[in-house]
Design a protein around this ligand. Structure first.
Ligand SMILES: [Zn+2]
Length: 384
């Protein structure tokens, strides 16, 4: 029987260590396109028939209706939301979320579709810092340079001083493209992979999903990150149907994590590796340079599941390795609701630790603040 102890984190501002931009256009023509913001599926029948019955969506509509002062129904919410312009809506939600800093993957959505970082920070009353998405940079460089050697040199040059360019971290979506089992390939294998990429690009697809080539370029980037001790975020686990979830298991990163020359590079496993949270927590418990991101926006989960992954993370990983995020993207509702849910769920999970004499209440409150902001301030060097 748990004692009811109050660990209150509602006043703690969050450093959202992984999220994306908010679309300039917040007008959704119909319910189907609006629901599309709250699913990783791209199948139209999902938006039409199923998304509105997820526990995540039900919670969102309830929370939004009380925030907007309208009826608790998606039609009413969409109508009330339409009365605000993008800056007004984003500003109201981000300010209500009490955000200290947003670390933003500027590679997706494309910069011309989203509010510029300074505008997002301005309306939200928070600091914004960009993170560089590696695969986007690689695709750009593959379009500008011919040989593998030239592309690799251009990549190393582009990443020569990551912080001087204003980036606080690098991010890889290799899990989406070719899997987390990043390997070391022979030069001729990488060359053949480049030739295949060129053939596909000539047919109109410049998407880098060619494993020997992507792995080879990723090693060039990781060498730079390790040299500069810049954190690298890896997408892991839950994602859209593009991802092979089997290859998004963070245990596949072992070869990268075991490299002695990469040990200076903090590795952040995104999305609590859901559903592989225990695996991610284990890695954070074993490797000094591995951190586990706890994302309360995406994956789009019900309360019980958020509480479960928080318990799993707290149960195996050091608290100093856990980092809050939303993975909010496109609509400000995700950044907002995640902050509210994250504080609440984390407080509930910490109260259990108090009940079991693992922490005192003051220690639990310090732990909560560490996860919500302090660990990220330290890891990404945000104190200056
Ligand atoms: Zn993301």
């Amino acid at each position: 029987m748990l004692r009811a102890e109050a660990v209150d984190l509602r006043h703690v501002p969050v450093v959202d260590n992984h999220c994306h931009g908010i679309l300039r256009s917040q007008s959704f023509d119909d319910l189907v396109s609006w629901r599309g913001a709250f699913t990783e599926s791209v199948e139209p029948g999902m938006m039409r028939d199923h998304v509105s019955s997820t526990t995540f969506y039900r919670r969102l509509i309830r929370a939004l209706s009380s925030f907007l002062g309208c009826e608790s129904h998606e039609v009413a919410v969409l109508a009330a939301r339409k009365e605000k312009d993008t800056a007004g809506l984003a500003g109201d939600l981000l300010r209500a979320a009490n955000i200290e800093t947003l670390l933003i993957d500027t590679g997706h959505p494309p910069p011309d579709e989203v509010l510029p970082l300074d505008e997002m920070g301005g309306v939200g009353g928070c600091r914004t810092e960009p993170m560089l998405r590696l695969e986007t940079l690689m695709e750009d460089l593959l379009g500008e340079h011919d040989s593998l050697e030239e592309v690799r040199e251009a990549l190393a040059a582009a990443l020569e001083d990551v912080r001087a360019q204003g980036y606080v971290a690098l991010k890889s979506i290799a899990a989406y493209r070719t899997g987390l089992d990043v390997r070391t390939w022979q030069e001729d294998e990488a060359e053949a992979s480049l030739a295949e990429f060129r053939r596909d690009a000539a047919e109109g697809g410049a998407r880098l999903a060619h494993k020997p080539l992507l792995d080879t370029l990723l090693h060039a980037a990781l060498a730079e990150a390790a040299r500069q001790e810049v954190p690298v975020q890896f997408h892991t686990g839950y994602g859209d149907s593009d991802t092979n979830l089997l290859l998004g298991n963070p245990l596949h990163l072992r070869a990268v994590l075991e490299r002695p020359d990469y040990r200076g590079m903090p590795v952040v496993l995104l999305h609590e590796c859901y559903p592989y949270t225990r695996e991610g927590g284990y890695l954070a418990a074993v490797y000094e340079n591995v951190y586990l991101d706890l994302s309360y926006g995406i994956p789009l989960l019900g309360y019980g599941e958020m509480l479960s992954f928080t318990r799993e993370a707290l149960g195996v990983a050091p608290i100093s390795k856990l980092l809050y995020s939303s993975d909010g993207i496109g609509v400000p509702e995700l950044h907002w609701m995640s902050a509210i849910d994250g504080r609440h769920v984390l407080a509930l999970a910490l109260e259990e630790l108090v009940a079991h004499d693992e922490l005192s209440i003051p220690e639990a409150e310090i732990a909560g603040e560490s996860v919500l902001r302090r660990n990220a301030v330290r890891l990404y060097g945000l104190a200056e």
